[in-house]
Design a protein around this ligand. Structure first.
Ligand code: 13P
Ligand code: SF4
Length: 317
């Protein structure tokens, strides 16, 4: 394969996206080079909305596989490409459609809410999809007398139980990156930076403890915000605070620093790196646009059922 310089790669990506009428969507955890050239950067909800409204013929999805699948479900007439099909998600891998069917059989009549970090087959078994941006809204829209099965993230599920005051059946899945952010990481960082505002993703292993710390006064409630990645980016822009401790995958710090050059952003854990998200590189993006690989296809019958759950979510957003 020919070796292109970084500048050549960017120029070629630019040329090919125009030539092919392609749009490049990138998640907030992507490497800085990908974020900087994407047409849209956002969280799972924002990316689904961007996919749903694009007029491009081709969507190149710089993110993980379930996100590209969601775009393919919402845009059956478009070609959806992922630059590396190995970009998976440890959280989505914690439940299969077969396991979900068995769980549903134990709770007949229960409403199933599937976090967006799931395969298309699992979404096809769900009544509602949700993301970290709208999970509270989705749970609150379900009649209170209904039993709810929430999957697959245990920490997000526990957070939802606390915020909505509703008992949920929660699947015991976790994301290895967020589960690794422990309460001790938070307390150490807060002690070192008592003036910082604290932004936490609800998938974090520290989220439940942090809610208790807020309740018992260990962490100041007014400085603590549990948000999706896009919510964090927005908060960083709008807040008057000068320093932030950020508990999520470190990729999100790029946009925060770019948008707010005079503010300080400190990762809660420097080890919070999603190697699946980092599989997407400029070289792979270039090859994806050049050779139109790797196409993400979803079986039409599965897609039709999964689309209902995703559209129910989008109509609430
Ligand atoms: P957001 O929707 O908040 O960007 O989260 C997606 C994700 O995969 C978190 O790990
Ligand atoms: Fe999946 Fe976790 Fe990576 Fe998000 S950070 S894509 S939940 S493995």
């Amino acid at each position: 394969m020919e070796t292109l310089t970084r500048a050549d790669l960017i120029a070629e990506i630019d040329r090919l996206r125009r030539e092919r009428n392609a749009v490049i969507l990138a998640h907030n955890y992507q490497i800085p080079e990908i974020q900087d050239l994407a047409d849209f950067v956002g969280d799972s909800l924002g990316l689904s909305q961007a996919a749903a409204r694009t007029t491009a013929d081709i969507i190149v999805f710089c993110g993980v596989h379930f996100m590209a699948e969601t775009a393919a479900i919402l845009c059956p007439d478009k070609k959806v490409l992922i630059p590396d099909p190995e970009a998976g998600c440890s959280l989505a891998a914690t439940i299969t459609a077969e396991q979900l069917r068995a769980w549903k059989a134990e709770h007949p009549g229960a409403v199933v809410v599937a976090y967006v970090n799931t395969t298309a087959e699992v979404k096809a078994e769900a009544d509602y999809c949700c993301t970290s941006s709208n999970a509270v809204k989705v749970i609150n829209s379900i009649p209170p007398d209904k039993e709810v099965l929430f999957l697959p993230d245990f920490f997000l599920g526990s957070y939802l139980e606390r915020v909505t005051g509703r008992k949920l059946h929660v699947w015991l899945g976790e994301c290895h990156v967020h589960a690794g952010i422990r309460p001790a990481d938070i307390l150490t960082k807060l002690e070192a930076h008592p003036d910082a505002e604290f932004l936490i993703h609800p998938e974090c292993g520290c989220v439940t403890s942090c809610m208790y710390y807020v309740a018992d006064g260990t962490i100041p409630a007014e400085n603590t915000h549990i948000l999706s990645t896009e919510g964090m980016v927005r908060r960083a822009r709008q807040s008057t605070a000068q320093k932030f401790i950020v508990a999520t995958e470190v990729g999100v710090l790029h946009r925060m620093r770019k948008d707010n050059p005079n503010k300080v952003f400190i990762p809660a854990s420097e080890d919070a790196v999603c190697h699946y998200m980092k599989k997407i590189t400029l070289e792979k993006l270039y090859r994806s646009l050049r050779d139109l690989v790797h196409e993400v296809r979803v079986d039409p019958e599965i897609a039709a059922r999964a689309r209902l759950a995703i559209e129910r979510m989008l109509s609430l957003a």
